[in-house]
Design a protein around this ligand. Structure first.
Ligand SMILES: [Fe+2]
Length: 434
């Protein structure tokens, strides 16, 4: 084991140097303190929920005790549980760290737009969640690159004030960065929000935590943040899709093979071929690394994935692409192939959740033709999909006791603008290609 630690330190140093060399990040806030608080062995901790296929929800939590049960009791009245679901559990070890018992239990079928009360493993407090509506309107809160600093707390407080159905997180959750107990403190920090509304996440570079010859990537992320990949026909927790009312959402993995021979690309093709735009007129994609980015931070890192996948997304008529990674906010025009295109996707970088690395405030000059709004401030976004043709997007800067709406836009769906009819032929050609 002695030889493994210097390797880890070396990897961390190389990684930090590569990130820090790009730009100067101003005034990050300190990582929050989490006083050690020992709980009874079956006490549910780090409770979070996620959508798990049609009318089902996955409840995830951690217990210190290895023999704690994985069942969830739930019902629509407080303290009265008409239903019980049995789940599964996992755990992992990472160098000197051993995780608690990580439970994942799927409950349902559930009524839409309904408050459920639930208890995990027969112990601890009662939690409550609200299922998303089956019909529009639906509201999403969106913030990536969260971390666990004073800024993160500010972003979460502002999200807590808004009325939303589902939280979307385009990667970089805990900034644990190899220090595994930070995954536990992150779970504790987000529990008040993530136990009440589904958190649908995709992974960023800070989730990777691989160590050459010792650890493959994404071990902690996959164990703790299980997403509905099996439910969406994917072979990997790193890319999957799900539906909320009239919206089909796809989560892609920026650090998983994406070229035309890859599993991810072929799963994406198969998933897109199943999308019925008369049932789900809106099509939204999230991934971590932005393809349209005029910030000097992480400049060009998304080029390879964009080259491989943008033609497919364009042919499929994707309405919006959300990304994180760059710690700032940027919104594009509808765009394709690097140029404004009324039938392309609208790209939004929202990696401004509040992590310890601070903001990325150096932008390329002049502003590219495709870029409409860019600002390096912490904040979050809200997307309200109102009906099959219109959605309202707003970006809220943390300013700081209240969120300040700094950018807003009505978005018209590609379906209602007639773009999809034009694309039918090119999509079929790509989908039919071997
Ligand atoms: Fe990142």
């Amino acid at each position: 084991m002695e030889g493994k630690i210097p390797t880890l330190v070396l990897v961390l140093c190389i990684f930090s140097a590569a990130v820090a060399a790009d730009y100067v990040r101003p005034q990050p806030r300190k990582t929050l303190d989490f006083p050690w608080d020992r709980k009874p062995s079956s006490y549910p901790q780090q409770v979070h929920i996620s959508l798990a296929g049609d009318r089902h929800m996955r409840i995830s939590w951690v217990t210190d005790g290895k023999s704690s049960p994985s069942y969830v009791e739930y019902g629509t009245s407080p303290g009265r549980y008409d239903s019980t679901a049995q789940g599964e559990s996992t755990s992992y070890s990472y160098l000197f760290y051993s995780s608690g018992k990580i439970h994942h239990t799927v409950i349902g079928p559930l009524e839409s737009n309904t408050v459920y009360f639930y208890r995990c493993g027969g112990e601890g407090p009662e939690f409550q969640l609200k299922t998303p509506p089956a019909e529009l309107p639906v509201a999403f809160a969106i913030a990536g690159d969260l971390g666990q600093t004073g800024w993160t707390k500010s972003t979460l407080d502002h999200i807590d004030q808004c009325k939303y159905d589902v939280h979307l997180l385009p990667g970089d959750l805990s900034y644990a960065d190899y220090i595994q107990h930070r995954w536990d403190t992150f779970g504790e920090l987000v529990q008040p929000l993530a136990s009440a509304r589904p958190w649908m996440v995709t992974q960023g570079n800070h989730e990777m935590e691989s160590i050459p010859l010792i650890k493959d990537g994404f071990q902690s992320y996959n164990a703790r943040w299980k997403m509905p990949y099996e439910e969406s026909g994917s072979s990997s927790n790193l890319f999957y899709s799900f539906e909320v009312a009239d919206i089909h959402l796809i989560m892609l993995g920026s650090y998983t093979d994406y070229d035309e021979d890859s599993e991810q690309y072929n799963w994406l093709k198969a998933d897109l071929s199943k999308v019925d735009r008369s049932k789900t007129p809106w099509l939204i994609v999230l991934s971590h690394v932005p393809w349209y980015n005029s910030n000097y931070a992480h400049q060009g890192e998304g080029d390879g994935m964009m080259q491989a996948m943008e033609p497919l997304l364009y042919a499929a008529g994707v309405d919006m692409v959300f990304a994180g990674h760059v710690h700032a906010y940027e919104r594009s025009k509808r765009v394709n192939g690097g140029k404004p295109d009324p039938c392309g996707a609208l790209h939004i970088t929202i990696g401004d959740g509040g992590n310890r690395e601070g903001l990325a405030h150096r932008y390329k000059d002049p502003q590219p033709e495709w870029s409409v709004f860019r600002e390096a401030s912490f904040g979050h976004g809200e997307l309200k999909v109102v009906n099959s043709s219109h959605a309202f997007w707003s970006w809220h800067r943390n300013d700081d006791d209240e969120p300040v709406r700094s950018d807003q836009l009505w978005i018209t769906s590609l379906k209602s603008s007639g773009c999809l009819a034009e694309k039918k032929h090119s999509l079929r050609k790509i989908l039919m290609a071997p």
